[in-house]
Design a protein around this ligand. Sequence first.
Ligand code: URP
Ligand code: ZN
Ligand code: ZN
Length: 480
Amino acid sequence: MSIIIRGGTVVNAGSEACADVLIVGGQIAAVGSDLDAPAGAREIDALGAFVMPGGIDPHTHMELPFMGTVASEDFFSGTSAAAAGGTTMCIDFVIPAPQENIVEAWKKWREWSQKAACDHSFHVAITWWDDTVSRDMGILTQEYGVNSFKHFMAYKGAIMCDDEVLVNSFSRARDLGAIASVHAENGELVHRLQQEIFAKGITGPEGHPLSRPPEVEGEAANRAIRIAEVLGVPLYLVHTSCIDALEAVTRAKLEGQRVFAEVLAQHLLIDDSVYRNKDWRFAAHHVMSPPFRSKEHQAALWRGLQSGMIQTTATDHCCFCTPQKEAGLDDFRAIPNGTNGIEDRMSVIWEHGVRTGKLTPSEFVAVTSTNAAKIFNIHPRKGVIAPGADADVVVWDPEASRTISAKTHNQNIDFSIYEGMTVTGIPALTISQGKVVYEDGELKTVRGAGRYINRPCFPGYWHNQTLRNQLAEPTAVDRS
Ligand code: URP
Ligand code: ZN
Ligand code: ZN
């Protein structure tokens, strides 16, 4: 089956041009003017539309077992909702329990992801350490297409890593040519603040941000960055939410360190006033970590994105329905952490980024697709409209609008953090692997059609950073 998309503006991270796009099988075959189409090809008129690489969400949690429950969105419903919003690939997380074999955990997640409708891949979290974990990190990179290892610096008593695990895992990741990543919050401090705040009688969701102030994130971000610097491993910070962490990233980048930062669409658009809402259900549905911040932090995150200090946008899509959130009715510490957004990310960033003039369409493509493809080493297979790339494409109608609501969205959650927000600029049509999976408001995704995408490790020069403290080769003192 072939498709020819005619007359749209093709937008890549570095260019915008009026061109046709020919898709043959699962790949882009040609991009150019007045292309000939094979007999029987479907013609799509894209006049007035932008033709862009499908979005890549580098941070999702489908059907994650977490905080005593399981995220309500599964790999089929989640990747379908993604397609409805113009996102054609996600990178989810294998999160082994402490002492669980990490290769077995990968296999368990892969079993779950067999139902995915769109392409996907896995980061693997390192939650404990011994020689078998070190060995299995090697197996995951060589045989299972994993090039990124994630570390939770928070969630004490569950999946939190101490510095010993960070140091062991970062240096192993470096030796393998993989990238390290962190959820940067000081879990010890969070734990202490949670106890103190609860003891003061603050039991509702307003206790959540009080126990996770920006300093807690800034400290952990800086610690992870410095550990990565000393060990010479590239580092990716997920969900950077505050000035404190952004300043640590900026300083490291200005020093030449290979550090990347992600921001969530929701941290750009929602502020911390949500936690003081009188409706417990509303406030609890915003409990995620790091929490939403004040407007001052939001403005800084936008500037970070505009300046290139932040490279990617994600969602941390981790859905819990109201009865699941109610596990924490009497204790904010028991509210499962997570919010929705995989269907909305592209539109809300278009609305508040492109339509406000903060981002150009090309910059939008960079931060919603291309940069993630480059950082996680799947470019130019993904993240670009060019011959040879996978045909993951979104035909974007910049004039069409939708008002976001849990009543009409495709995400498997009874709440939307963007409820009532009207966005102009939505997908008219989404193509995954050369097949139309969403068109004019209708999902056409197929259960199980999504592939697991292997991500090879990086060439050695990624890891050959010159350390500030090792400019000269270290030598012993001759005391003979
Ligand atoms: O609150 C969040 N972010 N839930 C998902 C797990 C994580 O920390 O990424
Ligand atoms: Zn996290
Ligand atoms: Zn997450």
